[in-house]
Ligand binder design. Structure first.
Ligand SMILES: [Zn+2]
Length: 260
């Protein structure tokens, strides 16, 4: 478990399953769990912290994000919060939320962003300078479009990158190195991407996570965000002979990654 300090809270990062991350948000009176893939590592972390779980925050309905809901709710009696769009697909959901909702978890103000694309009901949570984005944005990547369109995902990513560049994002999978390899092989070999690959390879070799990262770094090195950059886009459009607009370029890169 790794821990990160923010102004009013601490985030604990728990590895789970093959490559998932589960997060605990801790204040004096709140212990909220984001996307519990499974219950056992969350219960172990609660034991280590000597605390009981007060909330579960789900970003979307996939089993590796909600799998721990029923057991954790029955053990701790915690409140389960999740997307209103997916009431029927989130187990043990108590409080459905939508874009623009502001929730008060103890002293923390938490706002909800609607970020469909990976799934049609996907949401993200913003607390101070922390973003919990599930499978929407990854380190140098983004989620597959299982239920949404490239346009929906592009709009969702644009909503996320409108947050301040110093925002730390906590995503639900450790996929960064594979995404950077794809980027270097198929999208761009810019120095800044090479440097990130060297640094993050070193982290992984030491058994450390590459997450959280910052929105600012993603804007410079994430191949799925580069379509917003006009110089990059012009080059890419010429090379591949596709339509010159960000959504078309994004869709082309997403399809290339799906085949990679
Ligand atoms: Zn998912």
């Amino acid at each position: 478990m790794w821990s990160y300090t923010h102004h009013e809270f601490t985030v604990h990062q728990i590895p789970a399953l093959q490559d998932n991350y589960i997060y605990l948000i801790e204040t004096n009176d709140v212990l909220a769990c984001v996307d519990p893939a499974e219950s056992a590592p969350v219960e172990a972390a609660c034991g280590t912290l000597g605390r009981k779980l007060t909330h579960i925050l789900n970003t979307h309905h996939h089993w590796d994000h909600v799998g721990g809901n029923p057991e954790l709710k029955s053990k701790y009696g915690c409140t389960v919060i999740g997307p209103s769009y997916d009431v029927a697909r989130i187990p043990a959901l108590d409080q459905p939320v939508s874009e623009g909702d502001v929730l008060h978890l103890g002293n923390l103000d938490m706002s909800v962003l609607f970020v469909p694309g990976h799934t049609r009901g996907h949401i993200a949570y913003v607390i101070e300078d922390a973003l919990f984005c599930g499978d929407t944005l990854f380190g140098a990547g983004c989620g597959r479009l299982f239920e949404g369109t490239p346009e929906q995902m592009w709009n969702s990513l644009s909503k996320i990158t409108a947050l301040p560049p110093s925002t730390r994002f906590y995503c639900a999978h450790e996929y960064t190195l594979g995404n950077l390899e794809f980027c270097l092989e198929r999208v761009t070999q810019e120095d800044v991407v090479q440097q990130r690959f060297t640094r993050d390879s070193g982290r992984r070799q030491q058994g450390l996570p590459t997450i959280p990262g910052t929105i600012g770094e993603e804007l410079a090195t994430n191949p799925f965000l580069l379509p917003a950059n006009e110089v990059f886009r012009n080059n890419y459009v010429c090379k591949h002979g596709i339509k010159d607009d960000p959504v078309s370029v994004f869709a082309h890169i997403r399809a290339a990654k799906d085949r990679w």
